[in-house]
Design a binder for this molecule. Sequence first.
Ligand SMILES: [Zn+2]
Length: 381
Amino acid sequence: MLTESSLPGVVDAHVHFRDPGPVYKEDWESGSTSAAAGGVTTVIDQPNTNPSTKDARSFDLKLDRAKNHSVIDFCINGGPGRIEEQVALGATAIGEIFTYEYTDTKLRILLNEVEKAGALPTIHAEDGQTIRENTNRLLNDHSPVAYSSARPKLAEAAAVEKVLSWISRAHICHVSTIQGMDLANVARKAGKKVSCEVCPHHLLLNCRDYKKQGTFLKINPPLRDPSDNQALWAGLRDGFIDIVASDHAPHLPEEKKMEIWEAPAGVPGVETMLPLMLMAVRSNLISLERLVEAMAERPAQIFGLKSKGQIAPGKDADLVLVDPKAVTRINADRLHSRAEWTPYEGREAIFPQATIVRGTVVFEDDLQVRPGYGRFQARLS
Ligand SMILES: [Zn+2]
């Protein structure tokens, strides 16, 4: 049952804050404010910004921007490039590594480098060859659902299987299919250190939603079938899936409106993640204990955030105050992302009453701290 309570602040292990880069979509201030309003107290930012995070210089550039503008605590992932330099500066992990951007040979070399640097690779698992073959076949089909067919379930399975046959330690980002989830667990049972993640959009949306929202729902990996939603919920409940992360990837409506092959991939989600998941607790789709584990404790463990993830002595006082009676409907006008839209418009949700980072209220009805309050959580081990 969901009662009035304080929960540990959410650690969102997968956000794309666009800063440095196309900050008209999001920057550290808007992204972290959106996170704080949704009960997220620490984010891990991904390297595909502009410039991409790939060496000491680009890492420091992002670090500088985040330090000056983030209202919540933050981590920065390193990207393919000078891996050791980024690890030395406190990169949390290396990735997400988009498997479809590499040939097998190059991907193996990259994964070896990550392993040698003692870093954790995070994997966006979709097989390039499978995507290319199916995309060529479908390019004349302009219906949004063609996008899901162009990146079939098989592409995820093939990439997960391949990567986990090569390396012994990895985090698999946003599993979207039964097959992807199962293959990660086969590797885990075989003794490999594998964790995996699911996003709210792969739990709550599927191909049927293209009908209403069309190209706005273009994401990678794409939306799947209702049966996958159900299997992912079961996997999350049973612990086959370790964590929930948002893959917050904001784009403006005029960009998302474009023709399916032209529109950019990604949906916003950092602010609506916990509110939607709290509704799922109310609807008995998942227990509150399991939710807290998957959104705070376990991501902190996987990504080495020693002072985060739990309400306990010695940990930072990162808290979310929740009133289970405060059910509202999601309305993009009241969200804080520059994306200015949400795939969950009109859905019921429970937004936090207040979000606290290191003992200070950062969000309560509105922002309560200055940009720059957030601290870098370096991974130094
Ligand atoms: Zn991804």
